[in-house]
Each structure stands twice: as structure tokens, then as C-alpha cells.
Design a protein around this ligand. Structure first.
Ligand code: KE4
Length: 429
């Protein structure tokens, strides 16, 4: 098999930037990307045979670790019956019933094929249900690449030098996207005061995990709920990352705050392409064919993808201890990294909530995107490269998260902490 270097040269001839998703190009860390050959449990192997402890976990889907036997067997069994029918199947009903059982405050679900598609559909639903056009998002939050969300977005869409998040987004589309500051309720209320009766919804990552990891300050999500109730707008929790990760019921359960629409992705596909959006029966019956808000998809509810998602969600539903275990491992990791920071005198702040962790190369607290952008991105790039050399695979960009899975062992966590200490010692010299 070709090496990563050879594959990347070939890839750049046939794929924009040599990748099918920008962050995979490692441009934020200034390295050539590793091509991955296989994965198992907490580990991935690149095409050159190097093994890494994996904290990307496919950007969140692999909460049980890679190549879980239950998920693999469910997929192998499902493909025996065919790959796609373009017609309804029992498994779509079963996974929707299970999601409604696991997640509070949702009565109906619509399956789509990605988080982006879930968000795009949820925004259209909010606009269709309220008759209002404007939407509020938060600077540094990332909600996939639908036009309306590529305004001051996070993750790999972070704009350079203040330019918009993407060319190709018409000004009149971007004009309907209003941007507030995460953890700043006043910046939200100001927009409602400026555009009374015009704002359909607020969309928020209940934990911002596309600016590094930034938790909501106490009262922030509750405040968004209250503002939406007062202003007649809908609250959308984008739970593509937090859904089925922060708790069985996701952020609504974890924080005790109800959203009107919830978007999902990643974990519900078990590694296969799946997204979903969900809400009350009343709201969801605005969606075609019941109502006037159109949304459709050739492979929505694909039977093989549903088999993978159903296997993963069923395991999570019957093993709630997973949540306590992955959160405690993340605490062990974060505390170990903080110890390494203290021992080396490095300027690093570690944020952690649930099984999400993120280091920022700054001595200051990080509670907003502005704080996150003040961290030293070059130091992060050096940290990433050195950790890779130590056999630890982190997000190849600062504005992402570390994901701890059920497959990460205590030894993996301890080895990661040791690697971090070695690297920080080297970087502070
Ligand atoms: P997808 O369309 O990539 O399935 O989901 C978009 C999305 C929506 N909402 C949130 C909160 C998300 O984090 C994402 C996608 N997450 C990124 C990681 N930051 C996916 C990785 C990538 O873009 O390659």
C-alpha cells in the first residue's frame, strides 16, 4: 500500500486539497496528513503501520471505540438483505422509537444523512413554523456547511482575518444570520431588540465543541430558553456532538434545559452517514408530507446505516454506565494534563466537560470564541506534531475537541498524559 506521503500526492490531483473534508488536510498544523488504514477500539493505524491512541474518534461517532463487534455484526447482517430500497423499513421505526425513548422532550424524528442536513432542515422547519426569516447563531459555533451557518463559523470554517466563513454564500442569505457571542445573553437580547418579531430561532451548540471545548456558563442555556419563550422564537440545540454523548438524553438531560428542535448526527450512525432532527409532534408535522416544510433524501434512513446506529444506541441505552466511565476518564485525562502543565510550567489551559476535552495554549480561562482565538495556535500545531510522534492522534486543529471513548483504557489515558508531559517539557524549552 502507498505511504501517506504518496497517497497525499495522488489525492491532491483528484480531490480539492487532497481531502473530502478540509480539517483532514492538516493545514491548521502545517503537516501532511496521515492516511488511516484501519481502526480498532481506541486505536487507529496509518498506512505506514504507525499505531495511534485516537482522540478524534471520527469526530465523535465512535463513542464505544472503533470496530465494535456488536456494530460490525449488525452491519454485516444488514447488508445480506440489501443496501438500499428507497422505501420504508422497520429499522427506521425502531431507531426513531429508541431515540424518543432515550431523549427527553422529543416526540418525532426525521432521519437525514449528515449533521449539516439535519441543521439545514431544522432551520427550515423553524422558519416555516414561525413565518420568520432571521436566525441567531454564535460566533465560533459550527453547525455544518449549509449557507446560513457559514457566518462566523467555528471548526475548520473559522474565517481568516475576519473574512466571512465562506465564499459563495450570497450576502442576502448571510444577512438573515445574526451572530451573538457564546455565554453572553446580552448579545442575544440585543438582537431581538433590534429585530423584534423577525427572528425564527436561536441555534446553539449546548457545549461549544468547535472552538476547542467551551462549556455553557451556569444560566446561559436557561437564559436562551427564557429569551425564546419571551420572544416567540424556537430554541434549536445542535446536538450533533453532544447528543447521546453528554448523557443518554444528551444536553437536554445533562443541563435540564428543553429545546424545541434537536439535531443529531455522528453517534446515531455508529460510524455510518446518519443525521436526524427531532421535536414535538406538533412542530415536526410541519414537515412534508404532513405539512408545508419540504425535506427529502434518497438515502435517508438507509437500512445499513440504521443497523449501525441502532446497534450503538441500543448498547448505550442498556449500558448507562458508559457515560460515567467516559466522563471519569476525561477527568483523569484533563487532571493529568493539568499536572503536566504545572510540572513543566507550560502556559496551557485544559477545558473538560463530560467526555470532551480541549487544551488551549494560554494561561487565561477560555469561556468564549474570543478567548479561544487568543490562544497560541502555533504552539498547538507544535503540540499536535509532537503528540503524533509520541503515538497520540489529536484533532489536527485547535478549534476542535478531544473525544474520550468507552474503549480508551486507563493505560491509554496514562500514556497520553506521559506523552503530553514529554511534549510540553520539550516545547517550554
Ligand atoms: P456533518 O455534516 O459533518 O455530519 O455535521 C456537521 C456538524 C453539525 N453540528 C456540529 C455541532 C458539528 O460539530 C458538525 C460537524 N463536526 C465537524 C467536527 N468539528 C466534523 C468534521 C469535519 O468537518 O470533517
Amino acid at each position: 500500500m502507498d505511504t501517506s506521503a504518496v497517497l497525499f500526492e495522488r489525492a491532491k490531483k483528484v480531490l480539492p486539497g487532497g481531502v473530502n473534508s478540509p480539517v483532514r488536510a492538516y493545514r491548521a498544523v502545517g503537516l501532511n496528513p496521515r492516511f488511516i488504514a484501519k481502526a480498532d477500539g481506541a486505536y487507529i493505524w496509518d498506512v505506514d503501520g504507525n499505531r495511534y491512541i485516537d482522540y478524534v474518534c471520527s469526530w465523535g461517532p465512535m463513542i464505544l471505540g472503533h470496530n465494535h463487534p456488536l456494530i460490525r455484526e449488525a452491519v454485516e447482517k444488514a447488508v445480506q438483505d440489501g443496501l438500499s430500497f428507497g422505501a420504508s423499513t422497520a429499522r427506521e421505526v425502531e431507531i426513531a422509537e429508541l431515540m424518543i425513548q432515550m431523549v427527553p422532550n422529543i416526540e418525532m424524528v426525521r432521519m437525514v444523512n449528515s449533521g449539516t442536513e439535519a441543521v439545514m432542515s431544522a432551520l427550515r422547519l423553524a422558519r416555516g413554523a414561525t413565518g420568520r426569516d432571521k436566525i441567531i447563531k454564535f460566533e465560533g459555533c459550527y453547525h455544518g456547511h449549509t449557507d446560513a451557518m457559514l457566518v462566523k463559523a467555528g471548526s475548520s470554517a473559522v474565517s481568516k482575518e475576519g473574512s466571512p466563513s465562506s465564499a459563495g454564500v450570497p450576502a442576502n442569505v448571510a444577512a438573515d444570520t445574526l451572530v451573538a457571542r457564546y455565554n453572553d445573553l446580552q448579545s442575544v437580547q440585543q438582537l431581538f431588540d433590534q429585530y423584534p418579531g423577525q427572528i425564527a430561532c436561536i441555534i446553539v451548540e449546548p457545549v461549544a465543541a468547535n472552538m476547542g471545548v467551551v462549556a455553557p456558563n451556569p444560566g446561559f442555556l436557561e437564559g436562551l430558553r427564557a429569551i425564546c419563550d419571551k420572544e416567540g422564537a424556537l430554541l434549536i440545540f445542535d446536538e450533533v456532538i453532544t447528543g447521546f454523548r453528554l448523557a443518554k438524553g444528551g444536553a437536554q438531560e445533562f443541563f435540564g434545559v428543553k429545546a424545541d428542535i434537536v439535531t443529531f448526527g455522528k453517534i446515531i450512525g455508529g460510524g455510518m452517514p446518519v443525521g436526524a432532527y427531532a421535536g414535538s409532534k406538533e412542530l415536526m408535522e410541519h414537515i412534508a408530507p404532513c405539512g408545508s416544510v419540504y425535506q427529502a433524501g434518497t438515502l435517508s434512513g438507509n437500512p445499513v446505516a440504521m443497523a449501525a446506529g441502532l446497534a450503538q444506541l441500543s448498547y448505550l441505552n442498556s449500558h448507562p454506565e458508559v457515560y460515567e466511565v467516559i466522563a471519569s476518564k476525561a477527568v483523569q485525562l484533563a487532571n493529568g494534563m493539568r499536572q503536566a502543565v504545572a510540572e513543566t510550567g507550560a502556559n496551557v489551559r485544559i477545558n473538560q466537560i463530560g467526555s470532551l476535552v480541549a487544551p488551549f495554549f494560554t494561561a487565561d480561562s477560555v469561556e468564549s470564541f474570543t478567548d479561544a482565538t487568543k490562544s497560541d495556535l502555533n504552539k498547538y500545531a507544535a503540540y499536535f506534531m509532537n503528540m503524533l510522534e509520541q503515538g497520540v492522534y489529536l484533532a489536527p486543529a485547535q478549534f476542535e475537541a478531544m473525544f474520550v471513548s468507552y474503549a480508551h483504557t486507563d493505560a491509554d489515558i496514562e500514556n497520553t498524559i506521559l506523552a503530553a508531559k514529554n511534549v510540553l517539557q520539550k516545547l517550554v524549552k
